[in-house]
Ligand binder design. Structure first.
Ligand code: C2E
Ligand code: MG
Ligand code: MG
Ligand code: MG
Length: 285
């Protein structure tokens, strides 16, 4: 029909010409389908948290874990958060889902304590809508009260882009979180548009250097320079610094030379289920 003709494009793929609107329709149906399944996923207990250790670069012991959500779909198998977090963001489902993440991470912290292990730092990611949600602080307070977790062991990772979206509002929320005794980190640092002055104004504790810089530090001089500059900057501002996505011994050696505090990546461990993470808590890497 007319619309189809309007959107007909030449697609230089294996199948030659195809109808762009068919592709769009298929994709949006896929998305609606995914959204419906996502709503049920929480009720059906298909979500779980994996934990990836952050390693102290000096002592080579675990300094904490980052909680990362996983969706074990009955037919699709493991669905990556990269695929469903955006859908959860758009539908608003991220708010109850995010609350579930915070509660589950806090319960895990308590479970490990009760098992006689030392208190473990846990960080939880907050995406855009969660951070903008007016009930966020009340939800965190409620979860802390209900689980009895000491807020000093709970950290929130917020990306630079989310913080910069509305810097004034962000400052307000961060200050309140800080007053609650929580730890705050800037995730994927160096990838968003940011002004250096916010580092001075925001009450943050940690900078997490994005994986894209770490990836080539041993082969790309510019990435090496940027990474070492971020580490110096963090040090000068009194912030801790974590390098994400460390996969090789060479990257680790370089980061150690730069006095990077903490490292995280497949070289040490991928994100693992809680029953495997427990063995890492006291491990010497
Ligand atoms: P992120 O917070 O920057 O998390 C780091 C991502 O890098 C994780 O992917 C982790 O598995 C992966 N990673 C860690 N080490 C390495 C490495 O050495 N090499 C490579 N190639 N990758 C590594 P994941 O778990 O797929 O999560 C992707 C993103 O989804 C996260 O990025 C975060 O933005 C978001 N996310 C994950 N869990 C949650 C959650 O519970 N809530 C919210 N709001 N977002 C989440
Ligand atoms: Mg993160
Ligand atoms: Mg990150
Ligand atoms: Mg990321």
């Amino acid at each position: 029909h007319a619309d189809a003709a309007m959107y007909q494009v030449k697609y230089k793929g294996r199948n030659g010409v195809f109808f762009y609107d068919d592709e769009l329709r298929r994709r949006s149906q896929d998305r609606i389908h995914l959204e419906g399944e996502l709503v049920k996923a929480l009720e059906r207990d298909e979500m779980t948290l994996f934990y990836q250790p952050k390693i102290d670069a000096n002592s080579s012991t675990v300094s904490g874990f980052e909680a990362l959500i996983r969706w074990i779909h009955p037919e699709r198998g493991m669905v990556s958060p990269i695929d469903f977090i955006p859908v959860a963001e758009d539908s608003g489902l991220i708010v109850p889902m995010g609350k579930w993440v915070i509660r589950t991470a806090c319960r895990q912290h308590v479970a490990w304590l009760k098992a006689g292990l030392p208190p473990v730092n846990i960080s939880v990611n907050l995406s855009c809508h969660q951070f903008a949600d007016h009930h966020l602080l009340a939800s965190i307070e409620q979860i802390l009260a209900e689980t009895g977790v000491d807020p000093a062991y709970l950290e929130f990772e917020i990306t630079e882009s989310v913080l910069m979206k509305d810097a004034e509002a962000a400052l307000q929320v961060l200050s309140e979180m800080k007053a609650m005794g929580l730890k705050l980190s800037v995730d994927d640092f160096g990838t968003g548009y940011s002004s250096m002055s916010y580092l001075k104004h925001f009450p943050i504790d940690v900078l997490k250097i994005d994986r894209s810089f770490v990836l080539d530090i041993t082969t790309d001089e510019q990435d090496a320079t940027i990474t070492s500059a971020i580490i110096s900057l963090a040090g000068a501002l009194g912030l801790a610094v974590v390098a994400e996505g460390v996969e090789t011994r060479e990257q680790l050696d370089f980061l150690r030379q730069c006095n990077c505090d903490q490292v995280q990546g497949y070289l040490f461990s991928p994100p693992v289920p809680a029953d495997r993470a427990v063995h890492l808590i006291t491990k010497q890497f």
